[in-house]
Design a protein around this ligand. Structure first.
Ligand code: KG4
Ligand code: ZN
Length: 346
């Protein structure tokens, strides 16, 4: 049973958690949404400075909430990739310092592997293989979880991430930031069939369409044109636009994920990232799963959006398998999920 102190600072949440295998002993998340709201998106330099200011209080709070002493911690972990380099550096420097100070092993963790582990946290009996649909502000990926530490990317977005599309559509409707939850709320009062939007299919050179890849920028542009047209005609039915957009995104994500799972003989789909909170996506996936006899797991929202518990859970699994990282491990803005084992020493 590994007890891990984990740090997550890849974007705009400063998070520290203590996890014992799949059990969360404490989870502190300090969101920077208020700081970035005025700019309509994350400002990298401001994010790093804010992480630097509050990382130490977050570490103390996590230790206090778990009621543990340093001698009870087996290893220290931090997200090392992908993310904003300046932001990642703060968490990594803090984790390496703690590892050196208290003579603990250190583990770097891939942020997307962390999002996959949100499902393990919520479902203690979950075992690979399964398909994980990861939908956040920065990523839209269908990942085949073959085994612990063994991943294959089967589908991804060619342009905007799903959450990014929600944020951009909210901005053009003048609804505020982050757009996902606002659109989700408005969509409940709108007619999802009011407007037809393109599904963002990716053409293949040999003909036909890519079965598992996504494109959201065309959908966003179609909403822009629609809003321009409606504005000329008179008042914009915002709730109907929000509902139609949400329904199109949810249907596309569901259709391609279900096909991906069935084509790869996988009977379980898990979901992670901020957009996993979306009520339309949850409804469509649940219905499709029932129809095709698939199991589908939705982690609670607190583990869908960025947090350090998911990072600690991934680190605990690696630590139990004998994996640790070098203190020379560096942060990387990008890294394929299939390469996670490169983060650990042989
Ligand atoms: O996973 P996350 O917290 O951060 C990243 O790693 O990106 O995801 C944030 C994204 C934002 O784009 C936000 O608009 C979206 O998740 N989001 C939602 C909902 N809640 C958050 N999108 C649709 N419906 C929601 N209910
Ligand atoms: Zn994330």
């Amino acid at each position: 049973m590994a007890t891990i102190l984990a740090i997550e600072t890849s974007c705009d949440e400063t998070a520290v958690s203590i996890v014992k295998n799949r059990q969360v002993l404490s989870s502190i998340v300090s969101s920077q949404i208020e700081l970035h709201k005025t700019y309509g998106g994350v400002v990298p330099e401001l994010a790093s400075r804010q992480h630097l200011e509050i990382i130490n209080p977050c570490i103390s709070q996590a230790m206090l909430a778990a009621n543990l002493e340093w001698k009870n911690i087996d290893a220290i972990a931090a997200t090392c990739t992908p993310g904003l380099v300046g932001a990642l550096l703060v968490g990594m420097a803090a984790a390496k310092t703690l590892a050196m100070l208290y003579h603990k092993p250190f583990l770097g963790v891939h942020h997307l592997e962390g999002h996959i582990y949100a499902s393990y946290l919520a479902q203690p009996k979950l075992e690979p293989p399964f398909l994980c649909l990861l939908v956040s502000g920065g990523h839209t990926s269908s990942i085949h979880v073959k085994d612990y530490g063994e991943y294959k990317l089967l589908g991804s977005t060619r342009d905007d991430a799903a959450g990014e599309a929600f944020d951009k559509v909210a901005r053009l409707l003048d609804l505020g930031y982050p757009g996902g939850p606002i659109i989700d709320r408005l969509a409940q009062q709108g007619n999802a069939k009011a407007f037809k939007l393109p599904e963002g299919k990716i053409s293949l050179p040999e003909g036909g369409y890519h079965p598992y890849d996504y494109s959201f920028s065309g959908m966003k542009t179609a909403v822009l044109r629609l809003v321009e047209k409606l504005a000329v005609a008179g008042e914009i039915p915002v709730a109907d636009v929000a509902a139609s957009f949400q329904d199109t995104v949810a249907k596309v994500l569901t259709k391609r994920s279900v096909k991906c799972a069935l084509d790869h003989d996988l009977d379980t789909i898990t979901i992670g990232g901020g957009v996993a909170a979306n009520s339309g996506l949850r409804k469509h996936l649940q219905q499709a799963a029932e129809k095709h006899n698939l199991k589908v797991y939705f982690p609670p929202l607190k583990f869908c959006t960025d947090n350090a518990a998911m990072i600690g859970c991934a680190a605990a699994q690696h630590f139990n398998l004998g994996h640790t990282s070098s203190l020379n491990l560096e942060v990387r803005s990008r890294m394929a999920i299939s390469q996670v084992m490169q983060l650990y020493q042989p």
